[in-house]
Write a protein that binds this ligand. Structure first.
Ligand code: FMN
Ligand code: 173
Length: 387
């Protein structure tokens, strides 16, 4: 962790020798660079959002409506960014958001990102829709902390198989994504007729699964590949799930569980009532409902509703260390970062992801220090005024 906190010094020292970092340290510039590197289809898939993309913009605007008010002379020489979230000790309150089909951004996909996560000590959250399997990514992640994100399929036996595989491969917490039981209206993908799954990309966990294979008459080969993809499409999401179904997850997962996609305080209370350990306030990066509330605006009411009865995590729109400080000040215990690390992956594989994570942590550390805070736990609403 000390090397992370010292990252800004490293950059300044390299600057003395006129060594310019390979990727920009202003992470908001990565999207434009990634656009030049990726195919139009892959870029549209990551950068795009639902409909007119109003909610994706609102996610950013919500951060801009809060401003940090620094405090002086508070001895911030020694700082501690560490937290413990969903049973996992973390060097800083940041995790890599579950992002599917990462092989469309870099051939090493999730394996490269999971190696970068392990190198920084931040949790890697593996999507069910990954291009490498639960077991392959666990191997790449090694001793790093890792959580598993479930897309809860219609077939319950398949869901149980995913959970058993994840537990056996060392994923310690379960993230259940509730807001994407169907893919939304995403014009960039629709206009390019681009859905990687229909080309058999991002389905590694399904095709490698014994329960899935049984359902399609054996291992997936050229002969049953189209049928397997159709079976995937028919099984991917289940719109008929209700709160009562969470009992089933509790029976089959023996670690912490967080529900991802919570935006309403009443849903947060229901999560607590259902015995969940955490909620992730998220609108999926604006990728599901165009016109939906900015995720940061949904955070304070959820924090208020949950109080200390579950851990509240946050994502959607985090781009800088200052953004992380704002989300923590509004009550999040940790944040997840999506697109920025994907752009790092596209631009530099494992090293690109490491760059993004280290920049975020260094900037967060500086923001804390310069605003007069030695510990993340000291951040609260007093840090902020509305712009
Ligand atoms: C390309 C892409 C793929 C994603 N795939 C998943 C996924 O498989 N599972 C999931 O729960 N969320 C997925 N998400 C949503 C992220 O976990 C996260 O909620 C979102 O990216 C946060 O917003 P941000 O990109 O503004 O940081 C995906 C997001 C992107 C950009
Ligand atoms: O693209 C996404 O946002 C997403 O969550 C997803 C959904 C299905 C498969 C892969 C990713």
């Amino acid at each position: 962790m000390s090397s992370l906190a010292d990252f800004q010094n490293e950059i300044y020292l390299r600057g003395l020798g006129d060594v310019v970092p390979e990727l920009p340290t202003d992470l908001t510039r990565l999207e434009a660079l990634a656009e030049r590197r990726l195919s139009a289809a892959a870029f549209g898939y990551v950068a795009g959002a639902a409909g007119s993309e109003a909610t994706a913009r609102a996610n950013r605007e919500a951060f801009d409506r809060w401003r940090i008010v620094p405090r002086m002379l508070r001895d911030v020489a020694a700082r501690d960014l560490s937290v413990r979230v969903l049973g996992t000790p973390m060097p800083a309150p940041v995790a890599l958001a579950p992002v599917g089909v990462q092989s469309i951004f870099h051939p090493d996909g999730e394996r490269a990102a999971a190696r970068a996560a392990a190198a920084t000590g931040l949790p890697y959250v593996l999507s069910t829709a990954s291009s490498f399997s639960i077991e392959e990514v666990a191997q790449a992640n090694g001793d790093g902390p890792r959580w598993y994100q479930l897309y809860w399929p219609k077939d319950r036996e398949l869901a149980v198989s995913f959970l058993e595989r994840a537990a056996a491969a060392g994923y310690t917490a379960l993230v259940v994504t509730l807001d994407t039981f169907a893919l939304a209206w995403r014009p960039r993908d629709l206009d390019q007729a681009y859905l990687p799954f229909l080309r058999g990309i991002g389905v590694a966990n399904y095709f490698s699964d014994p329960v899935f294979q049984k359902a399609v008459g054996g291992p997936v080969t050229e002969a049953n590949r189209d049928a397997a993809i159709l079976h995937w499409a028919a099984n991917f999401g289940n719109p008929s799930l209700t709160w009562d179904d969470l009992v089933f997850l509790r029976e089959h997962w023996h670690g912490p569980i967080a529900l991802k996609g919570i935006q309403h305080p009443d849903d947060a209370r229901r999560a607590v009532d259902a015995g969940m350990d955490g909620v992730i306030v998220s609108n999926h990066g604006g990728r599901q409902i165009d016109g939906a509330v900015a995720s940061l605006d949904a955070l304070p009411p959820v924090v208020e509703a949950v109080r200390d009865q579950a851990e509240v995590l946050f994502d959607s729109g985090v781009r800088t260390g200052g953004d992380i400080a704002k989300a923590l000040a509004l009550g999040a215990k940790a944040v997840l970062v999506g697109r920025p690390f994907v752009y790092g992956l596209a631009l530099g594989g494992e090293a690109g992801v490491t760059h993004v994570l280290r920049c975020l942590l260094a900037e967060l550390d500086l923001t804390l220090m310069l605003s007069g805070h030695a510990r993340v736990a000291d951040l609260g609403p007093a840090l902020l005024v509305s712009a």
